[in-house]
Design a protein. Structure first.
Lengths: 156, 282
């Protein structure tokens, strides 16, 4: 184990290799590593942001859904109300129409009765004239006895 | 006579594995007996340099194509190591400095790779080299004190650069003279400081060297057991035990080499951190 020039050689080689590593090996490797670290950090941040925005969006959609449900309920209630109203209206209308028809029928019936009565009166008057003529065996002057006949007919 | 021969062989076998391929820089010739400072341990230097080169080229290839997209297998692996080192540095070295983390990364991976040569069976590479006519080959660079001291002394120099850079000459002088005791014990403070600072690179280098050298030595001794495989029944039993021992020691050493690389890196960062620490609060 003699100390000799190998020591000098090794020292020089050592300094050369260290200098080379210092200048050309360490910086690019470290740069790549740091860049990757940054990229990973960025990616994680972006992922977190994405997750947060997804959460926001889902909350918003939930809210919109709730609103729509309420609106639908409102619309349904209004429609129900309107339908009821319409049915009610129709009912009233029908009632009125029915009443009118009945009234008209009544009127017609009474008109008919009146007409029938008129007819009857007239016929009775004629009958009475014919009967009286038969009895008297002579012609009665319808015109002369019109007042009697009318009185008779009015009594029928 | 055979036993005596074997004895002699095992001794030289161990020695052979622990001898560097030495290049005498004064005569520019391979000489295993060369001594003095101007000798280069060719094997340590080449393996260390090739492993370091493999590290920077591999990591640079990844760095060039590094993107912030989903990382592929290799980039993922490299980023895992980078992140691990960065976390360690962040914890230990709280000051702003762009050099410390790449330095720590280089130390961790390079020392790990040098230690990893430990797990290559001890005869493979020296055997191949021998076949090619290379007499000696010590394949684990971190079992060479020159290599470990080469790094720890570089760290030591950096430590002083940091001291001056973060505290200034005045601040550093003041710290050396007034810590841990008050100013009137300045000489004692200075001596303590020198001991403390010298101990840092020495312990750093010797820890790595000691662990790896001992580990490699044990691998060599186990290999000696395996060499007895065809030496009768006793030899076969010994070789069988050697196989189990080898597996156990190799598994254990996977932990050791990683741990030693980690310790070298962490202590470097700790020393630099201490150098950068200003004692303004005192």
């Amino acid at each position: 184990m003699n100390i000799n020039a190998t020591l000098l050689f090794q020292s020089i080689a050592f300094l050369l290799f260290v200098a080379f590593t210092w200048k050309y090996v360490w910086p690019p490797i470290l740069k790549a590593m740091n860049e990757r670290q940054l990229r990973i950090a960025d990616g994680l941040a972006a992922a977190e942001k994405g997750a947060r925005s997804l959460q926001d969006a889902s909350a918003k959609s939930e809210e919109a859904l709730k609103e729509a449900r309420v609106q639908a309920q409102d619309i349904l209630a209004a429609a129900n109300k309107q339908a009821t109203q319409m049915v009610e209206q129709a009912k009233t209308h029908a009632q009125q129409e029915g009443d009118r028809i009945i009234a008209k029928a009544h009127e017609e019936v009474s008109n008919e009765v009146e007409r029938a009565r008129q007819e009857l009166r007239k016929q009775v008057g004629e009958l009475a004239v014919i009967g009286a003529a038969k009895i008297l065996k002579r012609e009665i002057d319808a015109k002369a006895h019109a007042d009697v006949l009318d009185e008779l007919a009015a009594r029928v | 006579m055979a036993a005596e021969e074997g004895h002699h062989d095992s001794g030289s076998y161990v020695l052979h594995h622990l001898t560097n391929l030495k290049l005498d820089l004064q005569t520019m010739s391979i000489n295993p007996e060369a001594t003095g400072f101007w000798v280069l341990n060719l094997d340590s230097a080449i393996f260390s340099f090739v492993l370091g080169l493999a590290f920077v080229l591999l990591f640079h290839k990844v760095a060039k194509h590094a993107s912030s997209d989903t990382p592929s297998g290799l980039q993922n692996f490299v980023e895992m190591i980078v992140e691990f080192v960065q976390n360690q540095v962040k914890e230990i070295f709280p000051h702003a400095n762009s050099l410390v983390a790449p330095l720590a990364l280089t130390i961790f991976v390079w020392v790990f790779l040098m230690n990893f040569m430990d797990l290559v069976p001890v005869d493979w590479l020296p055997g191949a080299a021998g076949a090619l006519g290379v007499p000696y080959l010590k394949v684990v660079p971190s079992t060479d004190v020159n290599i470990t001291f080469g790094m720890s002394l570089s760290v030591f120099v950096l430590m002083y650069i940091f001291n001056f850079k973060f505290k200034g000459v005045g601040g550093f002088t003041k710290e050396v003279l007034t810590h841990p005791f008050p100013w009137f014990l300045a000489p004692i403070n200075l001596v303590l400081r020198i001991v403390e600072d010298v101990a840092k690179p020495v312990s750093l280098a010797l820890r790595l060297f000691g662990n790896l050298f001992a580990g490699e030595l044990i691998f060599i001794l186990i290999a000696l057991m395996l060499a007895q495989a065809f030496n009768g029944i006793a030899g076969a039993v010994l070789a069988g035990a050697g196989v189990l021992l080898h597996i156990g020691w190799a598994i254990f050493h996977i932990l050791v080499i990683t741990l030693q690389a980690f310790v070298f890196m962490v202590l470097t960062v700790v020393y630099l951190g201490a150098a950068a620490e200003t004692h303004a609060d005192h």
